[in-house]
Design a protein around this ligand. Structure first.
Ligand code: PLP
Length: 391
């Protein structure tokens, strides 16, 4: 009989290199496969399931909302959409929110909004966006064009015109690149797919100051860093600055397909009726679910917990570094952590899976740990012991 894996490989587009496991259910930070084996989840669907799996608040809200109203489209108003927008505005720098379905789409919205702000002012030549080498902003054509990794763009050239790249964490390179043809600077506060790269402490402040000086908008992609992952609700809060535009997805829905672009009014007003849109953006089902997610994040104090657990996790990873020369650095902040290795990480990821731990690897040689924010110290201890033995 054909297995699930064989069938998937035969029938589903082969765009993912998958691990040989079929997950069936999850609870908290635990996952179970179809053979009944239990795993501790240190990936959380790539920084998505911040509350863990099968959280009762999300289950109940979705069941209730599914029985009331799933979809009507954006030609009408609904209560959950505005309630989620109100929560996001109240907890951020932003005045308005555009809802969509994924991170890539949130970045598309940000790119379009940045261009339109200047085109509305008659500055039609001011459309360039300076983004970062090694960045990742998504796979759609616009977000791909903003992505600073050639290997991800291979086979899809030509990408959109108007994107320039400078090294991340190099303010002088950025200063040289931002002239009056640039509408926005776009970056992740910590590069996730690029290898968990944290910039110097004052980098974001300098980027903000440069954008102000040159009149360019600052777009922060907080799709991976946002919603408490780094120990603050949004990673830019560590720097004491705010962007003009911010994109969110991933943990905002804890697994529900939702993206959001948040903006200050001065920028947001460029999106008038008909300027942008999507059928599924902000449906009652998904926004009711996401509202339950953010309220739970708040109620269970998970952002502070991420900061505290993240410090503990980091200390354990540092201790591991002392014992194994194969590790050259511990990277990241809060519960977005990485171990840079002198060798390929894939065999270690495979062995962790065999031992019941879900982790992954970015850029070939960086082990990435982005667990649910509820992860316990005993789970961390168990992973560290496993890594100690494998390394
Ligand atoms: N931006 C960042 C920083 C990401 O990490 C990701 C996904 O990994 C994206 C954008 C794209 O999000 P999505 O896969 O939801 O389109």
């Amino acid at each position: 009989m054909e297995t699930i894996i064989d069938k998937t490989e035969a029938l589903v587009a082969s765009t993912y290199a998958r691990q040989p496991v079929v997950f069936e259910r999850g609870r908290g930070a635990m996952l179970w496969d179809t053979e009944g084996r239990r795993y501790i989840d240190f990936l959380a669907g790539i920084a998505v399931c911040a509350l863990g799996h099968s959280h009762p608040a999300l289950q109940q809200t979705l069941a209730q909302q599914a029985g009331r109203l799933v979809h009507v489209c954006n030609l009408y108003y609904t209560v959950p959409q505005v309630e989620l927008a109100a929560w996001l505005v109240e907890h951020s720098f932003a005045d308005r929110v555009f809802f969509c379905n994924s991170g890539a789409e949130a970045n598309e919205a940000a790119i379009k909004l940045a261009r339109k702000v200047f085109q509305d002012r008659g500055q039609t030549n001011r459309f360039r966006i300076v983004a970062m080498e090694q960045s990742f902003h998504g796979r759609t054509m616009g977000s791909l064009s903003a992505t600073g990794q050639d290997k991800i763009k291979q086979g899809f050239y030509p990408v959109l015109e108007g994107f320039d790249f400078v090294p991340f964490d190099d303010i002088e390179a950025l200063r040289a690149a931002v002239d009056d043809s640039v509408c926005a600077v776009m970056l992740e506060p910590i590069q996730g797919e690029g290898g968990i790269i944290c910039p110097a402490d004052d980098y974001l402040r300098q980027v903000r100051a440069l954008c102000d000086e040159r009149g360019a908008l600052l777009i922060l992609d907080e799709i991976q860093t946002g919603m408490g992952r780094t120990g603050r609700l949004f990673a830019h809060e560590h720097s004491g600055i705010t962007p003009d535009i911010m994109t969110l997805a991933k943990a905002l829905g804890n697994g529900l397909p939702i993206g959001a672009m948040l903006a200050r009014e001065a920028a947001a007003q460029a999106f008038g009726a008909g300027a942008h849109g999507t059928t599924f953006g902000g449906t009652p089902l998904i926004t009711a679910g996401a509202l339950a997610v953010v309220q739970t994040l708040e109620k269970e104090n998970l952002v502070a917990q991420a900061a505290e657990t993240g410090r503990y996790f980091r200390d354990q990873l540092e201790a591991l570094t002392q014992r194994h020369d194969i590790i050259t650095a511990v990277r990241g902040q809060g519960l977005m952590l990485g171990l840079k290795l002198t060798c390929e990480g894939a065999p270690i990821v495979d062995q962790c899976l065999e031992h019941g731990f879900v982790i992954n690897c970015v850029q070939g040689d960086v082990l990435r740990f982005v667990p649910p924010l509820i992860i316990g110290r005993h789970d961390i201890d168990a992973l560290i012991q496993c890594l100690d033995e494998i390394l």
